[in-house]
Ligand binder design. Structure first.
Ligand code: FE
Ligand code: ZN
Ligand code: FE
Length: 193
């Protein structure tokens, strides 16, 4: 189909995101199952419930614009999910495995956010306020999921850094460690946006 209007472009991108979200309802449970930390498992499981709701929201958008809800294969999300599967399968110790999962899950969220932002801009240009509002609700959930994953990742990273510090300090003189404690407190790792 020739894309010759904002409406047709919107439909194409809507079908792509619909496919992406549907794939995720099958992929997120595998990631949740692979998560070692309870917090990560909970975050992923809760986002799975949101994702199911996001699929329904897209179906509402199809209805609003008068198009039959239909998925068009999204190779981008397929690839990101495949990378997530590789992360699950690779040999990694507990916290490192979880950190890898956080990275994989955040790749999913960022790809979705880019998709929703494009779709929102098109809906706005079309004057489709109701559709735009629904898409914005989902975008907000994706952003929140990403923020939560970022925080979890920071906590996991602190855990592995502290474990590393303890190993190093094992042979050191206890008194000396106490004296320097104030200065030696590592600042919590913060990554830029
Ligand atoms: Fe989503
Ligand atoms: Zn896609
Ligand atoms: Fe998401």
């Amino acid at each position: 189909m020739t894309i010759d209007s904002i409406e047709v472009l919107f439909q194409q991108e809507l079908k792509d995101l619909y496919d992406a979200e549907k794939r995720l309802t099958k992929a997120i449970p595998k990631m949740a199952k692979a998560a070692g930390s309870d917090e990560l498992k909970t975050a992923l499981t809760e986002h799975l419930e949101q994702t199911k709701n996001q699929v329904q929201r897209l179906e509402q958008v199809f209805e609003i614009v008068g198009v039959k809800a239909q998925a068009k294969a999204c190779p981008g999300m397929k690839g990101i999910i495949e990378e997530g599967e590789e992360v699950i399968e690779r040999d990694a110790e507990d916290t490192f495995a979880d950190l890898g999962l956080v990275g994989a899950a955040r790749r999913v969220e960022h790809y979705e956010m880019a998709g929703y932002r494009s779709l929102i801009a098109l809906a706005e240009a079309m004057g489709q306020d109701q559709a735009r509002e629904l898409l914005e609700e989902t975008l907000e959930e994706e952003q929140e999921a990403d923020r939560r994953l970022e925080e979890l990742g920071q906590q996991l990273l602190e855990q592995v850094s502290q474990a590393g510090d303890e190993d190093e300090e094992e042979d050191e003189d206890d008194e000396e460690v106490e004296e320097d404690e104030e200065e030696e407190q590592p600042a919590p790792a913060r990554r830029g946006k």
